[in-house]
Design a protein around this ligand. Structure first.
Ligand code: SF4
Length: 248
């Protein structure tokens, strides 16, 4: 069995910064493609749950094609919404949620213009939009990052899996806890790049079932499967030694 040296004797912040840089070397530095309407991103994110990007996009396009505007969706029969978004799966549940969300936004905000969200402090945005059932930290972070271009780092399934394997957060950390733990660790201005590149890594190399560690650009940073965690954030020392050796 091949073994690899893993240098954990650096601060957690340095390890995260190194991971960001290595992923940019391999995948490039993704560039944010400009502002979008927050409500559009929000509805797309609801549609994305438990499906792939292609089916989410098909459902979103069909929803926009069948209804004149968000007012029309908010006033529609859930069955009509469900028919439009069928390709995204769970259409009966999602249709009800989408209608509830749109009605809440219209009632609370007076319109579907959520650009004010972009100016809010992250915690304030979480509290405001988080009042809605089913809208968690990840969804709000996605809206702030993709729609508003904010330097906020969403923790989706891929990101959650990889940063736990890397030992950036404890193995037992929930996605929400991971969001707050990662917030001060991601280098300023790199949230978008790191998020997108971790998705690329998660889809191509750090797969859920069989990660391809032998070709991973983060291999020398990664204690997986012997996860290490230092609660003081000084860089975990699995085994307590620099150059911790990890079996592969
Ligand atoms: S070394 Fe393996 S477990 Fe660690 S990030 Fe890379 S693919 Fe994932």
């Amino acid at each position: 069995m091949q073994r690899v040296d893993v240098d954990l004797d650096v601060t957690l912040t340095q390890r995260v910064a190194t991971a960001v840089a290595r992923l940019e070397e391999v995948f490039g530095e993704p560039v944010w493609d400009g502002p979008r309407e927050p409500v559009d991103v929000l509805i797309r994110t609801i549609l994305s749950q438990s499906t792939n990007d292609r089916n989410r996009d098909r459902a979103y396009e069909e929803l926009r094609r069948r209804f004149a505007d968000w007012d029309a969706v908010a006033d529609a029969d859930p069955q009509a919404i469900a028919e439009a978004i069928r390709s995204a799966g769970l259409s009966n549940q999602k249709s009800v949620r989408i209608r509830e969300i749109l009605r809440w936004i219209r009632g609370t905000n007076g319109s579907f213009d959520l650009r004010g969200l972009c100016q809010m402090d992250v915690r304030q945005a979480m509290e405001w939009l988080g009042q809605l059932k089913g809208i968690g930290v990840k969804t709000v972070a996605v809206v702030l990052m993709f729609a508003c271009g904010r330097d906020v780092f969403p923790v989706d399934t891929h990101v959650h899996r990889i940063v736990r394997r890397l030992g950036f957060v404890p193995p037992s950390a929930s996605a929400e806890k991971t969001f707050w733990l990662m917030e001060p660790l991601v280098p300023p201005g790199k949230a978008y790049s790191f998020h997108i590149n971790l998705l690329r890594l998660g889809r191509s190399i750090c797969l859920a079932r069989k990660p391809k560690c032998e070709i991973c650009p983060l291999r020398s940073l990664c204690p997986f499967p012997g996860l290490a965690w230092s609660p003081k954030g000084t860089g975990g020392k699995a085994g307590g030694k620099k150059g911790n050796r990890v079996s592969e």
